[in-house]
Design a protein around this ligand. Structure first.
Ligand code: 13P
Length: 287
């Protein structure tokens, strides 16, 4: 069932668990995530970055694929289709294409501009019955081999954005995308507690879910995190399973290149990764 993320995240806040956002890149990714959510009776959010949207030929193709799979795989658990780190224009395109949820990443704008653009999108999302994620404090990550530290958001700025009527809020708390460097300082629970205090029941979003130790994930959930984004870990699992398959020479058995065989180990590896995360986040059985 394609739904907005609002209801599932309200329930997650009340039940003290988190719904996973797993980013999709192609058919295999999407199918693996949807089937795992259904098997575990868990709500799920499919994240689509602007780059992945382009790779899949555009947002309309993504909407068509996801809606088709929900119907043909008989997926009855709640599924939100969500733009990840959208630009303002990207958000408008996904609204038009039929996504059920968007993220506007205005964290790199001065706070007044972030507020102005987020305000516009709140209005549109309310009219269209869509959920909206906003961001304050940029999430670091690897760019050209240099790993930038994650910023810590200002709780007062978080309150200003939360009060606009967004559905969920990503606040930087020292988290970064991709692998964490050896000298990473860990999540700032002080920042998270400060944000939670000022934003009340607003579902908080933790980006950079790959490689955060389980105890930190649990503590973050206890402090109001209700949505956790995972991308790199699925990519690494897919890559490793495919590498092993190729090294075993199984794609060279005389029948030529068959993507259905070559991509099968990666598909299973994504299923296993998603299952492990849903169990850790506590969303199993919560559909
Ligand atoms: P990772 O790639 O670190 O798992 O982060 C995913 C994410 O936050 C997408 O927005």
């Amino acid at each position: 069932m394609l739904v907005t993320a609002e209801e599932m995240l309200k329930k997650a806040v009340a039940g003290k668990y988190a719904v996973g956002q797993f980013n999709i890149n192609n058919l295999e990714w999407t199918k693996a995530i949807l089937l795992t959510a259904q098997e575990l009776n868990s709500p799920v959010i499919l994240g689509v970055s602007e780059g992945a949207g382009k790779y899949m030929t555009g947002y309309k193709t993504v909407v068509g694929m996801v809606k088709g799979m929900i119907e043909e795989l008989n997926i009855t658990v709640p599924v939100a289709l969500h733009l990840d780190h959208g630009t303002y224009d990207g958000c408008l395109k996904c609204i038009e294409a039929g996504f059920s949820s968007i993220m506007f990443d205005g964290s790199h704008y001065p706070i007044d501009e972030n507020i102005a653009k987020t305000t516009e999108l709140v209005k549109i999302c309310k009219e269209k019955n869509m959920s909206l994620e906003a961001e304050v404090g940029s999430i670091g990550g690897e760019e050209d081999g240099v790993i930038g530290a994650g910023e810590c958001a200002d709780p007062n700025e978080c309150k200003s954005i939360a009060d606009l009527g967004v559905t969920m809020l990503a606040a930087g708390i020292g988290n970064i995308h991709g692998k964490y460097p050896a000298n990473w300082q860990g999540l700032s629970f002080e920042t998270l507690a400060g944000v939670k205090e000022l934003t009340g029941d607003m579902p908080l979003v933790l980006h950079g879910g790959t490689g955060i130790p389980a105890d930190m994930i649990k503590k973050a959930i206890s402090l109001g995190v209700a949505k956790i984004n995972v991308n790199t870990e699925c990519q690494l699992a897919f890559q490793e399973a495919t590498r092993k398959y190729i090294e075993a020479g199984k794609d060279l058995e005389g029948k030529g290149f068959d993507p259905r065989k070559l991509l099968a180990p990666g598909f299973e590896a994504i299923k296993a990764t998603v299952k492990e995360k849903m169990e850790l986040f506590g969303s199993v059985g919560k559909a």
